[in-house]
Design a protein. Structure first.
Length: 212
């Protein structure tokens, strides 16, 4: 057993969404006495937020150069595991091929319910395990890969940061002029179709609730 497990995380980094926040939280909370994290980024959007102790490397835009560089990095650093935090992308495919060529395990962290089509089948076959963040995401892979390969692990929540008891709901109502007796429903997400914000708006209209 190695003194420290060297894990290579692959992230596009082109948008600070839930997947990126989840990855940054994971990197910040990893026990450095057990794990040594490396992070590959194709963009630099989340670079300023990367916690200390993480070795950050750029992903070249030219696929062949990146494949060669990735193989050298894995061999040179003695990487034990690759963790792909992207969806169905060029970066995830190259990482999966590199893992297969060097016979090291690859974890694909799947975070969206939208199917990647044929690439789901390809990456599913190349992955050692697929981590789905919900049962709905897990169902995405039922037609294309061995269900035993897919495990559901929900995103962690820092309850010290997100503590309902620390929020004064009455003060928030007063700030937005919301009557005490009104039902308040909120959603926090990217404003993209599959998040279902339009569905929430439709339900509110059916119930006659005001849209803030």
């Amino acid at each position: 057993m190695p003194r420290r497990w060297k894990i290579l995380f692959v992230e596009r980094g082109s948008l600070e969404g839930g997947g990126q926040f989840s990855l940054l939280q994971l990197l910040s909370l990893m026990d450095r006495s057990i794990f040594q994290p490396y992070l590959l980024l194709s963009e630099k959007d989340i670079l300023p937020r990367v916690p200390p102790g993480v070795s950050v490397r750029p992903i070249p835009r030219q696929p062949l150069r990146w494949m060669i560089g990735l193989l050298r990095l894995i061999r040179g650093e003695g990487i034990h595991l690759i963790h792909v935090n992207t969806g169905v992308t060029r970066e995830s495919l190259i990482a999966a091929l590199a893992a297969r060529l060097l016979c090291i395990p690859l974890i694909w962290h799947a975070r969206v319910i939208e199917s990647g089509g044929l690439m789901d089948r390809v990456l599913g076959r190349l992955s050692t395990r697929i981590v789905a963040i919900s049962k709905a995401v897990k169902r995405r892979f039922e037609p294309v890969t061995d269900p035993e390969k897919v495990v559901v692990i929900y995103n962690g929540v820092d309850t010290r940061r997100f503590d309902p008891s620390s929020v004064d709901g009455r003060a928030i109502r007063r700030a937005f002029s919301i009557p005490e007796e009104s039902l308040v429903i909120g959603t926090v997400s990217q404003l993209i179709p599959w998040k279902g914000v339009v569905v929430l708006s439709f339900i509110l209209r059916l119930t006659g609730s005001p849209l803030a």
